[in-house]
Design a protein around this ligand. Sequence first.
Ligand code: SAH
Length: 354
Amino acid sequence: MTNIEEKKDIKSLTLAELQEALQQFSEPSYRAKQLYEWMHKKLAADYGEMTNLPKALREKCRETFDYTALKAVKVQESRIDGTKKFLFALSDGNLVESVWMRYKHGNSVCISSQVGCRMGCRFCASAVGGWERNLRPSEMLDQIYAITRLTGERVSNVVVMGTGEPLDNYDNLLRFLLLLTDENGLHISQRNITVSTCGLVPGIMRLSEEHLQITLALSLHAATDEKRRRLMPVAERYSLDELMRACTYYFEKTGRRITFEYSLADGVNDTREDAAELTALIKPMNCHVNLIPINPVRERNFRRSDRRAVEGFKNKLEKNGINVTIRREMGQDIDGACGQLRRRHLAVQSEGKA
Ligand code: SAH
């Protein structure tokens, strides 16, 4: 296997860093900006496309830097709503998946932040195979760039809600956010970006200080420590009390309302009592609740709550003045839940080998 850490990863450099890195080639300084725009604005898949750059410079870059690029291994399109799921191969052969969704207010892409995940949530397909490695900033960008090229349409919203725990890959996530929102690149508005976390408290505290206007989504799924610990191992590390304090801090520092994600599993966290406990927990906060009927995953034995239970849960929260929506489910016919497409692909591969 090739060692992908050998060379500097050119697409993960900021414009200032690229300017510095190109100094060794004694090229005019405007070259760095041209190159940066080829990568981050025109979304070039290779140096070959950068036709207004001298061939010699392109060759030197090819020798000196690593240029990440994704290969689409599989694309599935929903017949119901046009949602597309992409399975991409990274340069080292690892697989990640991303989703493209079309909404009235624009196109949204859901990206992965790691290959696999080590958080171990009991209902989640991404946790099944464990963690392989972190994604580089360029590899997170590449998912959006590749999808923009493949669909031919502009992406206006990005959610970091695919496979992986973004705050477990903090430095790369932050660099990715800076590059994605940079005016010399795609220039996506910070307000159109959501980062979803299972609740790594130190990461939330750090993110609060970054002066960003992104939305933080917190995967809550239970309103008592005891119940949350049964669903999410991360709850052994941080109590709900600590978590709520971190979320309040995020709101105080950024003025951004928190989104709580709550996936409903039949008989597990969808009763009237659960709704009452959730109300009590989050009522003092400026927040929004996103209810998601759980996606049954083959390797997990959770059943989704039925429509009536979901509606009942929603009404109970609303009666208490809590802002709540039921997540509109997209791409139900194409392996909806996070990590399912990759999971299935890997399973088929290993069955094939056996
Ligand atoms: N690690 C991050 C982001 C990835 S998961 C996080 O935990 O937030 C994105 C969201 O989907 C999380 O809220 C996660 O708990 C939820 N999720 C995972 N598997 C699911 C499933 N099978 N059904 C419904 N929601 C699921």
